[in-house]
Each structure stands twice: as structure tokens, then as C-alpha cells.
Design a protein around this ligand. Structure first.
Ligand code: SAM
Ligand code: SF4
Length: 331
């Protein structure tokens, strides 16, 4: 079977690769209707196709980040006008999480503009994870690179997910960020997995990458010893002052093809339609949901950028007959 072509060895693992770039490319190149039909069929086999998981993201530490990710408004290397803030107080974070739960979110995600957390910040993060969890929400954090010990500290606090995106292919990665390597990203993912935390990892389309870079990114994710439970696919939000502020948006049809491919290559994972929805038409988002996307961020801000907001999303979900996934269904 196509999916079982085992021609290469997964990096750092004894397991045979489940996907090769060519087996993935064959699917990607199918006529659009055939690709969508296959992806939607896989989606129906493993999920209720009319349900979408709702997450909310809070930036707990904004700006001043020492990394140089070309797309990011929070990098200290970019004159984006974003002011650096201190880490929020756990009590304020827990209060925001409570409001998010009232708004229908089942997962609460905390992001910090760090290369990696400092030991002095770990106690506050642990308090946030415990507090958010005690509200009956799933917890996710994204703090940059983690050592094995840090991953274990957060696992012991009850953390459900750690987000750490690989962003693009290994080949294109140096064009996106130079202050860290693709291998360092994979190392943190391995630490998170080893600690027993669920993995959220995906990437961005629209960085100037080729279609093969997009496909190779999915091959890397799908061939991890255990694929991520959650796979965010972002469309670049060109942030003023960032290196990629003038990047051209990806072709919407090509974007939907990648969502469909992610669904086929990681059939059991939640495929998350994340950054960039404000610039997408309702019809494009509807195609993404048909192709297998089944998770979004709600609320009117996403880190330092705009997100569609509750009214537009409520209207879209309502017109598509999509209902929010409950926590029990997410298990
Ligand atoms: N500093 C941490 C890190 O990079 O791992 C966590 C926060 S970071 C802001 C979370 C993710 O958001 C990034 O990995 C990237 O994939 C995505 N992201 C950031 N800025 C974006 C933009 N302008 N457009 C699309 N996605 C973006
Ligand atoms: Fe820092 Fe994360 Fe932005 Fe990169 S994406 S500059 S690591 S906040």
C-alpha cells in the first residue's frame, strides 16, 4: 500500500519510515476531488465530521524573544513595534482561562516568547498549568525549547499538550530561523514525548517554501515514532516589521491540499486550522473542514495578531452545521 512504502529509516529511530516524500507527493498530486474525497473519508472514519475542537491561546509573555524566526513579530531581531512584557501572574492567567471556558473552549494554550524557559519561571508555569487544569480544561503550553528535566516538571504538573512547531522542511529551515536548528526542534519534541506529554506540532505555509518543503514537513511529523496528536497548519500572517512582512500568501487550493494530506498522513490526529483564518474566506475554511481540519483557535486575537473573533466564528460554524467538540469526545 502507498502509505506503507518503507524506503527510508526514521532519523534517530529504528522504526521504518511510514511515509516517503514520493508516496506523500503522489497523494498530493491527485486530482483535487479525489484527494478531498480520500481525506474526507479518512476523517469520517476516525472523527465526527461535524465537530470542531475549540482552543484558546493566551500570550503569557510578549515580545523581546532572542530567536530570529523570520515570520514573528515577537523576535527582538525585528522592529515590529511589539513591546516586551514580563511573564503574567498565574492568578490573572487562570482568570482568563475561566472566561475562555465560558466561551466554549475545551483547551487553553499558553504561549511565551522565549528561546526556552528559565529555571526561575518554572514555578509560575507549574502554577498556571495546575490552575487551568483545575477548571476542567485541557492545558497546552508553548515556551520554546525544553530539556528532559523541564518536560518532566511540566508533565508532573499535569500538562496535557506541549506545542513546538517544526514550521517547515529540514531543508528550508535555515531560511526561516538561524538561531536554532531543525534538529533542536526535534530534540524538544522527543523530550516532550518521553515525559508522557501529548505533542502538538505543525508548521506555517507562506514562508517562501516550495510544495516539496510543505510535504517534507508533513513526512517528518508523520514519521515521528508517534505522530503528534495535534497538528497545527498556520497560514503566514505577514507581520509588519518582520522579515517576511512582504511574503505572498499561499494559493488557497494548495493550502487545502496540505490540510487533506495532513489528514491522510496522520488520520488519528487533530488537524488544526490555526493562524491566518482572518485572511481566509468562509468558503476556504469550509473546504479545510471538509478536507479534515477539526480544530481552531477562538477569540479575536492570536498572540499579537488578529483572529476572526467569536461572532464571525459562531456564524461560520452555525452556517456549516459544525458543533464544538466536548472534552469527553476529545479523549
Ligand atoms: N516561542 C515559542 C516557539 O516558537 O516555540 C512559542 C510561541 S510561537 C509564537 C508559536 C507558533 O506560532 C510558532 O511556532 C509559529 O509556528 C506560529 N506563528 C508565529 N507567528 C506567526 C505568524 N506571523 N504567522 C503564522 N504563524 C505564526
Ligand atoms: Fe520567539 Fe517563538 Fe517568535 Fe520564534 S516564534 S521569535 S521562538 S516567540
Amino acid at each position: 500500500m502507498l502509505e506503507r512504502e518503507a524506503a527510508v529509516q526514521v532519523k534517530g529511530s529504528r522504526m521504518p519510515a511510514r511515509w516517503t516524500p514520493s508516496s506523500a507527493r503522489q497523494l498530493y498530486d491527485l486530482p483535487f476531488n479525489d484527494l478531498l474525497f480520500k481525506a474526507h473519508t479518512a476523517h469520517r472514519t476516525h472523527f465526527n465530521p461535524n465537530q470542531v475542537q475549540l482552543s484558546k491561546l493566551l500570550n503569557i509573555k510578549t515580545g523581546g524573544c532572542p530567536e530570529d524566526c523570520g515570520y514573528c513579530s515577537q523576535s527582538a531581531h525585528h522592529a515590529s513595534g511589539v513591546k516586551a512584557s514580563k511573564l503574567m501572574e498565574p492568578q490573572a492567567v487562570i482568570e482568563e482561562a475561566r472566561k475562555a471556558k465560558e466561551g466554549g473552549a475545551t483547551r487553553y494554550c499558553l504561549g511565551a516568547a522565549w528561546r526556552s524557559p528559565k529555571p526561575r519561571d518554572e514555578a509560575a508555569i507549574v502554577a498556571m498549568v495546575k490552575g487551568v487544569k483545575s477548571l476542567g480544561l485541557e492545558t497546552c503550553i508553548t515556551l520554546g525549547m525544553l530539556s528532559q528535566e523541564q518536560a518532566q516538571t511540566f508533565a508532573d504538573a499535569g500538562l496535557d499538550y506541549y506545542n513546538h512547531n517544526i514550521d517547515t522542511s529540514e531543508r528550508f529551515y535555515p531560511e526561516v530561523a538561524t538561531t536554532r536548528t531543525f534538529d533542536e526542534r526535534l530534540e524538544t519534541l522527543a523530550h516532550v514525548r518521553e515525559a508522557g506529554i501529548k505533542v502538538c506540532s505543525g508548521g506555517i505555509l507562506g514562508l517562501g517554501e516550495t510544495v516539496d518543503d510543505r510535504i517534507d514537513m508533513l513526512v517528518t511529523l508523520a514519521n515521528l515514532p508517534t505522530p503528534p496528536e495535534s497538528v497545527p497548519i498556520n497560514m503566514l500572517i505577514p507581520m509588519p516589521g518582520s522579515r517576511l512582512e512582504k511574503a505572498s500568501p499561499p494559493d488557497p487550493i494548495a493550502f487545502v491540499r496540505i490540510i487533506a494530506l495532513a489528514r491522510l498522513m496522520m488520520p488519528l490526529s487533530h488537524v488544526r486550522l490555526t493562524a491566518g483564518r482572518t485572511a481566509m474566506s468562509d468558503e476556504m475554511q469550509a473546504l479545510c473542514f471538509f478536507a479534515g481540519a477539526n480544530s481552531i483557535f477562538i477569540g479575536d486575537t492570536l498572540l499579537t495578531a488578529a483572529n476572526p473573533g467569536d461572532d464571525r466564528d459562531a456564524s461560520l460554524l452555525n452556517r456549516l452545521g459544525l458543533i464544538p467538540e466536548t472534552l469527553e469526545q476529545a479523549e
